[in-house]
Design a protein around this ligand. Sequence first.
Ligand SMILES: Cc1cc2nc3c(=O)[nH]c(=O)nc-3n(C[C@H](O)[C@H](O)[C@H](O)COP(=O)(O)O)c2cc1C
Length: 409
Amino acid sequence: MILNAVLFGHGSHEAAWRAPDARATAPLELAHWLACARAAEAAGFDGLFLGDILCLQDRPEHHPSETVDPFMVLAALAGATERLRLTGTASTSFNHPWHLARRILSLHHLSGGRAGWNIVTSSYPQEAANFGWDEMPATADRYALAEDVVQAVRALWAQWDGVERVADKASGRYLSRAPDQTAHRGRYGATGGPVNLSPAPHARPLLAQAGSSAEGMAFAARHADHVFTVQSDMASAKAFRAPIRAGAAAAGRDSDAVKVLPGVVAFIAETREKAEAQLQTLTDRIGLDHLLVKLGRFTGLSFDGFDLDRELPFGPDDLQENRFSNSRAHLLLAEARRNRLTLRQLIARFAAGRGHLLLVGTGADVARVLKDWVAEGAADGFNIMPPELPQDIATFGKHVMPHLRGGVG
Ligand SMILES: Cc1cc2nc3c(=O)[nH]c(=O)nc-3n(C[C@H](O)[C@H](O)[C@H](O)COP(=O)(O)O)c2cc1C
């Protein structure tokens, strides 16, 4: 079971920054990331996963959305960790393939072969504006560009195949031959290459992908080693994993080479009551106004004038195609309908995990669910999204890991 720790600002709960001992500037300080990374390595995680977006979020005056560049953080963490896979997010919409090829290989070298690239297409209109676009293209167009960019990056890395770093001081020979000079010419652009770093002596960096539309799944089947996905129940997770594996096989890959990793937000304590109390404390700190806007962004709906305490009248059938994430909008509204949630309850659920699998209980409770999902073919592992950082990494290590890694239960 692959287990990554997802490091998201003050934690994945939207109100984590408002805890009495949370420091507002923590995610801007290296000490915070070092504490998270060291805790994750000590707890036995396989890797760290850092998301990224290229803008301040909606209503930035109401919550922290300043974000340091994930590859800079990961390069610093490379020096403080020995084992962890270090996966950072970079957008195919706003980076040139040559820059991507070099940035990821730089982390790969500095970490001794532990780099991963989480390939995203970006979603926010503010990101489009930051790069001079009027709006984000529709999903299919974003993934067409992503395909081109990833092919270019892979071609840049592959130019070094068969090139040996001889580094023979006596003869003065450094490379066995010069790498090729034409990497890729695609629909959206070209790159000559070579990139000025070879992947060797390591295997190529890991490729991760996050996105659940039909285009996103087909893309994952072609390219991804790890697929980060939002799944709130086992049946949907199985229905997601099976076609990804089939698509990988159809693309000539070993289906076991694609690992599907649903996100999990887990509130864990010695007793269920204590775990529920941690969630309730955070729920009580939610900023409703900002989250209404954010939920509107994620679903493409407006909640203006809605009674917070009435059952939500919308269902997944009411959704219009949007350019943010149709898959997430569908999941959130399907869950609201299934559980007959009021708007207030949906916001609490959204604040805790934005639709990811939410678990509240003891370490044994959480471990049981994770094991079941893997045993039933719903997952190959999980992206664990600690609600409050850094402390909840150690909590997971203490309460859940012994059941998973140590064979307890
Ligand atoms: C679990 C998950 C994590 C994501 N993380 C990021 C991220 O850090 N940055 C980003 O720009 N997009 C992120 N995305 C967005 C996707 O890249 C994609 O743009 C979006 O989900 C819409 O595509 P889809 O309809 O295929 O899901 C994430 C998506 C998922 C499902």
